[in-house]
Design a protein around this ligand. Structure first.
Ligand SMILES: Cc1cc2nc3c(=O)[nH]c(=O)nc-3n(C[C@H](O)[C@H](O)[C@H](O)COP(=O)(O)OP(=O)(O)OC[C@H]3O[C@@H](n4cnc5c(N)ncnc54)[C@H](O)[C@@H]3O)c2cc1C
Length: 177
């Protein structure tokens, strides 16, 4: 199957990404790992006219602790979060869930934030985010939109997810199997 015709831009900065989203409005979609969006396009269930790739925005590719919050940038691949010593140490629930997401091949491309943005009700990572009361950090061409829980973002397609944050009291949360 082949997608409907589309144009493609691959900015190298977050500012350019949100400018492109603002310029093209509802016709644009962010492309992260493409593991959900591309199959939907191939089936023509999604027909964005413009794909705005974040794959050259290396400023979004980091995992770190900041003010006792675990922060996962929008370009962090699922496999990199899965193998991150920081994630294993600070967020064992996320580390334990990740090997259940798809296959190694899909995790090599798919991003943590892309799964949250896509928010498939059957997906593992949105459930983890809800359990951890994690927040998405969003930005747009007119500036930061702020932090919001996952449920609110599902209604908002205009902003780019920049970060995924687990707050101080939830970092290190684990459970009894
Ligand atoms: C064979 C196969 C098996 C799979 N199995 C599973 C599974 O078992 N469990 C599971 O949870 N998932 C599964 N997936 C989906 C996979 O985990 C995807 O990687 C994930 O759902 C989306 O991440 P992505 O980075 O590929 O996003 P993309 O496909 O690039 O984008 C998905 C959607 O999110 C939007 N988006 C992406 N990033 C952002 C952002 N930073 N800001 C705003 N919007 C954004 C896009 O515009 C698009 O609408 C599977 C996929 C495949 C192909």
């Amino acid at each position: 199957m082949k997608p409907a015709p589309f144009s493609f831009v691959a900015p190298e900065s977050l500012d350019e990404v949100v400018s492109a989203l603002a310029e093209h409005g509802d016709d644009a979609r962010i492309l992260a790992g493409g593991q959900s969006l591309v199959p939907l396009m191939n089936l023509r269930l999604a027909r964005p006219e413009v794909l705005v790739s974040i794959n050259r925005c290396h400023e979004l590719d980091y995992i770190r602790l900041a003010d006792d919050r675990l922060v996962v940038g929008a370009l962090v691949r699922q496999i990199d979060a899965e193998t991150s010593p920081l994630v294993r140490a600070e967020c064992p629930l996320l580390a334990t869930a990740l090997p259940h997401v798809g296959l190694p091949a899909t995790r090599n491309r798919g991003t943590v934030c892309g799964s949250l943005a896509h928010c498939d009700p059957l997906a593992e990572l949105p459930a983890v985010a809800l359990a951890l009361e994690a927040e998405l950090v969003l930005t747009s061409a007119v500036g930061p939109v702020g932090e919001c829980p996952l449920a609110e973002h599902a209604l908002d397609r205009d902003a780019a997810v920049v970060l995924w944050e687990v707050s101080e009291e939830k970092v290190g949360l684990t459970w009894s199997p």
